[in-house]
Design a binder for this molecule. Structure first.
Ligand code: SF4
Length: 254
């Protein structure tokens, strides 16, 4: 049972059998029966993402490809990672629960990253992600990657919050040689092909229900975003969030 929602006394089983690119996928997980906030559904969204990514990995292997990503290879953890604001808040809470001195170390990494972005002239744009035009995202991402700022959670080139890493991190896998990830380009990087883009769907769902209405928040600014933006998503029964999530990831009406 997900620990993030221990206060809920009643759970219902959310189950569905989906057909994705001709393959059957059964998903099943307990979710809160009563009203909860969207952020309380993160364990379910992680499970859903992992299920779809697992299917995509299976397809890649069946086609003869090898997934290059493994522990100790964190080149992609210097990219600009888009997360939903519910994930930003979750990461801030996670850091707040860490014992000292680890908590202060991680907070200091966030602060150093912020200072690097300010010095490079990228901070103002990234603090207002809602104002960034779609066509400006890629150039901004390249400029960000050029700074080589490691994610504050990257340690010994591995993710120190692997079980709770954001949905976008879960979806990013490549079948191109790992050494290409240090200088990625559209030609040199071949991602594992996803049929279902759960992270993007959950970011859109969060934006639709939050009064802040931003499509994404940069992971590297998660801490400061969470401090200045309260959770304004409504309370809804867990199954209603699940129904909407299924509709958004499959593109079918609720
Ligand atoms: S959260 Fe983990 S997987 Fe995601 S960018 Fe940071 S270190 Fe990498």
């Amino acid at each position: 049972m997900p620990s993030e929602i221990e206060n809920s006394s009643q759970w219902v089983n959310a189950a569905a059998e989906l057909v994705i690119a001709g393959k059957k996928l059964k998903v099943e997980m307990p979710v809160p029966a009563g009203p909860v906030r969207l952020s309380d559904m993160l364990p379910f969204f992680r499970y859903l993402t992992d299920s779809f990514v697992g299917l995509a990995e299976e397809n890649a292997r069946a086609a003869g490809a090898t997934v290059s990503c493994k522990k100790g290879c964190g080149a992609c953890c210097r990219q600009l990672v888009p997360i939903a604001e519910i994930e930003a808040r979750h990461l801030e809470e996670l850091v707040g629960r860490l014992p000292e001195p680890r908590r202060s170390e991680i907070r200091a990494r966030f602060e150093r990253a912020r200072q690097r972005l300010q010095a490079a002239g990228l901070l103002d744009a990234l603090l207002e992600p809602g104002q960034i035009a779609e066509e400006a995202v890629v150039p901004l991402g390249l400029a960000y990657f050029g700074l080589g700022i490691a994610c504050p959670f990257l340690e010994d080139e591995s993710c120190s919050i692997h079980a709770e890493r954001p949905l976008a991190c879960r979806e990013y896998l490549v079948v191109s040689p790992a050494e290409h990830c240090a200088s990625p380009s559209a030609e040199s990087i071949e991602p594992v092909k996803l049929v279902v883009h759960t992270a993007k769907a959950i970011r859109a769902m969060t934006a639709a229900w939050s009064s802040h209405g931003v499509r994404w928040v940069p992971l590297v600014l998660a801490a400061s975003w969470a401090e200045t933006h309260a959770d304004t998503t409504p309370l809804r029964p867990g199954v209603e969030w699940v129904r909407e999530a299924f509709a958004r990831v499959t593109g079918r009406p609720v």
